[in-house]
Design a protein around this ligand. Structure first.
Ligand code: 7PM
Length: 281
């Protein structure tokens, strides 16, 4: 199955790698190294993008709004200033699908005009105006489950049945998208690991991946360097690669379509091995 991402097609017959390029100053994995004079420096972003492409990324995900637990909201202007120059620099020089991690209608519109190929919204287009803005772009959208808002989401999240509630939420958003003119064929689903979930919730969701994949829409997951790995292994952010690769392996074996990661080269290798065993593609 080919997902049309603007001018480029993404072949989902084997699992694909989405490389994370975090354009926030508090980035927990990039350490702000992409920044100069209070904003992301386009040349540094471009270097990072080229490296990820050489390492085998199929998609690059640019995000200018921190979704770190407890993070403060950023203004529309600030988000545009972080994302658009970086996107323009990449789109002008590299042959890659660029995804934009945003919930903001103005950013959705501007990103599509600047060459984005995919919209990634941790709020599943629930912000006022976001659904209509996304529909007007004709781009595919990743719908992600989050309980609450980043500022408060990790304060005692409670579910009756986390897998059922996440599935019901995502199906409701799929219906809302279809009503707004975004066909199912343009949607990806993401259970949102770490977004309003305890460790036990994250593990239950992981065990429930086959059921989510069974809904028939491509599933994307992001577990790279997240605290669910840190909690189990007792490792800090920079020591979570093996844990993330174990989860990427399990996810790919369960039919997950896209793995979002900071560690493109290693994840690419893991997915290629799983795909070979599964005879994907
Ligand atoms: C601090 C904590 C900074 C967590 C950044 C994060 C996902 C995402 C993110 C995900 C989709 C990170 C997260 N996570 N989009 N954006 N799925 N679709 O680890 O799991 O990068 S932000």
């Amino acid at each position: 199955m080919i997902l049309q991402c603007g001018a480029r097609g993404l072949d989902l017959s084997a699992p694909r790698v989405m490389g994370v390029i975090n354009l926030t100053p508090d980035s927990f994995s990039d350490g702000g190294s992409l920044w100069r004079d209070g904003r992301p420096a386009a040349d540094r972003v471009l270097q990072r993008a080229e490296r990820m492409l050489a390492d085998g990324a199929d998609i690059l995900d640019l995000g200018g709004e921190s979704t770190r637990p407890g993070a403060a909201p950023v203004s529309v202007q600030e988000e545009c200033d972080r994302v658009l120059p970086a996107l323009e620099a990449i789109a002008a020089r590299l042959d890659v699908i660029v995804s934009v991690d945003t919930s903001t209608p103005e950013v959705i519109r501007a990103a599509a005009a600047a060459g984005a190929g995919l919209l990634n919204d941790v709020r599943s287009l629930a912000r006022p105006g976001a659904m209509a803005a996304a529909a007007a772009t004709g781009l595919p959208v990743c719908l992600m489950h989050m309980l609450g808002e980043p500022a408060t989401m990790q304060k005692e999240p409670v579910y009756r049945d986390v897998c059922a509630e996440v599935r019901e939420f995502l199906l409701e958003r799929v219906s809302a998208c279809e009503s707004a003119g975004i066909p199912r064929g343009l949607l990806l689903l993401d259970p949102g690991f770490g977004f309003g979930k305890t460790l036990e919730h994250n593990l239950q969701l992981f065990r429930g991946l086959p059921a989510l994949v069974g809904l028939g829409l491509p599933v994307l997951i992001g577990v790279s360097r997240k605290s669910m790995i840190g909690r189990i292994l007792g490792r800090d952010t920079r020591q979570r690669l093996a844990g993330g690769l174990a989860l990427a392996t399990l996810a790919a074996q369960q039919g997950v379509a896209v793995v979002r990661t900071h560690d493109v080269r290693a994840t690419r290798d893991v997915l290629a091995m799983v795909a070979a065993v599964r005879k994907d593609g």
